[in-house]
Design a protein around this ligand. Structure first.
Ligand code: NAD
Ligand code: DAU
Length: 334
């Protein structure tokens, strides 16, 4: 298989490339990534001699046409991915997530190339804390933030291109990922690297918000199950039954550093902050036989803490700028 991976220098994409190189020697990989602030060439260092890397933009239609004419399958991870940034400056989210996806869809349509679209559970909006229902493939779209609205828009483009033009596409909407190579702007790496620097974790509001955590390797094994066995036109929700509220996660990270679970700062809450995400992944499990390997969140989190301790050279260059951006966006201790 000749595979084009967009966004392969980002968190999930880089882990996907590592997993694919390790487990599927028959797959030839080209990564297309524009190396935004969130992309890091160093994340691909362990596999650099096993892949082709193209530095370019998914919205560059000529480049995308040329690359897609030479592959069988596209997995599309590239995106602007951070909610807080989308509140501060939404335009790059529209450009990359909507226009960039359009560019890819036109090319896969032209060359009849199999396409898998990576998306998020945030397209469904949020749930009440006590809602017995979880998100499923039939939950109506109701995105809250500019980020999730652009991801929802891109999903709808994929569905339309599948129905109207016969594009051979599948979609997946996954919950919150954790693991190695995640940018220090995101919740878990931010708190780990703060603690390595002797700074208290920063919890938005009261920390009641619930996220449904999944290890990035489990997300990526599910993506492979869908590429190989998924039904064309079908959406699959990916989740590993990992609901935790933010306060509990901060408490576990603090414990990994031998600090009391309440040794954090409450800071300004996110505007429009989604309360709870929760995934029902029955379709993926029952139809494709997928199951997650990481079943104990605490031990997966401890391994992630250790990865950031061991790989300071990877994250250090981004840390000061990231914290400066949060301060510039008005984050303050409550
Ligand atoms: P990330 O921000 O870590 O990486 C995004 C990558 O895309 C970076 O390497 C960046 O350089 C690249 N990129 C951005 N704009 C580009 C453009 N115009 N052209 C080419 N490359 C570009 O993101 P992530 O957390 O790895 O997320 C990957 C995908 O998974 C996204 O589509 C996101 O919506 C989705 N997703 C993420 C999560 C999560 O918890 N992180 C959960 C569900 C779904
Ligand atoms: O649900 C999937 C989504 O998960 C993906 O689509 C997004 O790309 C990914 O960024 C993630 O979105 P969240 O907004 O849930 O992730 P984030 O890491 O930004 O925040 C997780 C939770 O932690 C959220 O409730 C906000 C809170 N938070 C975040 C930061 C950065 C804090 O309390 N303190 C922080 O410093």
């Amino acid at each position: 298989m000749r595979l084009l991976v967009t966004g392969g220098a980002g968190f999930i994409g880089a882990n996907f490339v590592h997993q694919t190189v390790a487990q599927r020697p028959d797959v030839t990989i080209t990564v297309l990534d524009s190396l935004t602030y969130a992309g890091n060439r160093a994340s691909l260092d362990p596999v650099a001699d096993k892949i082709d890397f193209v530095h370019g933009d998914i919205a560059d239609m000529d480049l995308v046409d040329e690359l897609i004419s030479g592959v069988d399958t596209v997995v599309h991870f590239a995106a602007e991915s951070h909610n807080d940034n989308s509140l501060n400056d939404p335009w790059p989210f529209v450009q990359t997530n909507v226009v960039g996806t359009f560019s890819l869809l036109q090319a896969v349509r032209r060359y009849d190339v199999r396409y898998h679209h990576i998306s998020t559970d945030e397209v469904y909006g949020d749930l009440e804390l006590d809602d017995p229902e979880r998100f499923s493939e039939s939950t109506p779209y109701n995105p809250s933030s500019p980020y999730s609205a652009t991801k929802a828009s891109s999903d709808l483009l994929v569905r339309a291109w599948t129905r109207s033009f016969g594009v051979r596409a599948t979609l997946s909407n996954c919950s919150n990922n954790y693991g190695p190579y995640q940018h220090v702007e995101k919740f878990i790496p931010r708190q780990i690297t703060n603690l390595i620097d002797g700074v208290r974790p920063r919890l938005y509001g009261e920390g009641r918000n619930v996220r449904d955590w999944i290890h990035v390797d489990d997300h990526n094994s599910a993506v492979w199950a869908i590429i190989e066995k998924g039904r064309i036109g079908q959406t699959y929700l990916i989740g590993a039954d990992g609901e935790q509220n933010n306060k509990a996660v901060v408490g576990m990270i603090l414990e990994a550093f031998g600090r009391p679970a309440d040794d954090y700062d409450a800071v300004t809450d996110r505007a429009g902050h989604d309360l709870r995400y929760a995934i029902d992944s029955s379709l993926l499990r029952d139809e494709l036989g997928w199951t997650p390997s990481y079943r104990d969140f605490r031990s997966g989190l401890e391994a992630t803490v250790q990865w950031y301790r061991d790989n300071e050279a990877w994250w250090r260059p981004q840390k000061a700028t990231t914290e400066k951006n949060y301060a510039a966006q008005g984050e303050a201790t409550l």
